[in-house]
Design a protein around this ligand. Structure first.
Ligand code: SF4
Ligand code: SF4
Length: 188
């Protein structure tokens, strides 16, 4: 039969040596690759004991902020829930009673406020919609892994930030000119 092109290369089929028949070259080649990777810098980390540094613009777990006097900022207006494309936010609004001015900043507050972290896509639209600067997505925290689906429904007990100012999230605080310049450099 006539060849279709002149590029065909006829290979000589050599008989395999005893070592080749025992797969020894292939075994040593495989072992050398394994050993090379064993001493190389690992691409994986031991999560959750170790975590990678977050990007300064990372959007993670939500926090419901308090004001400088420690009062809850949220006024249960529902704008965050309306803005949420995943319909992950639900809340029940209530009227602030006399004597509760030190707890809630506005006359209306959220009796309950829940975010379903399994539905949330961490887009940050709730943060942008909030007129009271009450909800922020933290740049350094993620929703930790859980076994039960119910445990991903975050209520006020896990969303409202701690009363002690030193343990509060840094999100939502006005940056100093130095911090803003540093962030700009990191993002450049
Ligand atoms: S981050 Fe986006 S998806 Fe998640 S609760 Fe806020 S608006 Fe909804
Ligand atoms: S977090 Fe903000 S937008 Fe959402 S209900 Fe509270 S005040 Fe309104």
């Amino acid at each position: 039969m006539q060849a279709l092109s002149t590029r065909a290369k006829v290979l000589e089929k050599k008989p395999m040596t005893l070592a080749e028949r025992a797969y020894l070259p292939a075994i040593f080649q495989g072992l050398s690759i394994t050993m090379r990777h064993f001493f190389m810098k690992k691409a994986t980390i031991r999560y959750p004991e170790e975590t990678r540094p977050f990007s300064p613009v990372f959007r993670g777990l939500h926090v419901l902020k308090r004001d400088e006097q420690g009062r809850e900022r949220c006024t249960a207006c529902g704008l965050c829930a309306v803005a949420c494309p995943a319909e992950a936010i639900t809340m029940v609004a209530g009227e602030r009673k006399k004597g509760e001015q030190n707890l809630y900043r506005e006359e209306k507050y959220a009796i309950s406020y829940e975010i379903n972290m399994l539905r949330c896509i961490f887009c940050g639209l709730c943060e942008e919609a909030c007129p009271k600067a009450a909800i922020y997505l933290q740049a350094d925290k993620i929703a930790p892994p859980r076994y039960e689906r119910d445990e991903f429904i975050y209520g006020k007990d896990r969303l409202v930030e701690a009363v002690a100012p030193e343990t509060r999230s840094k999100r939502g605080i006005q940056l100093t000119p130095e911090q803003a310049a540093k962030l700009k450099t990191q993002l450049a």
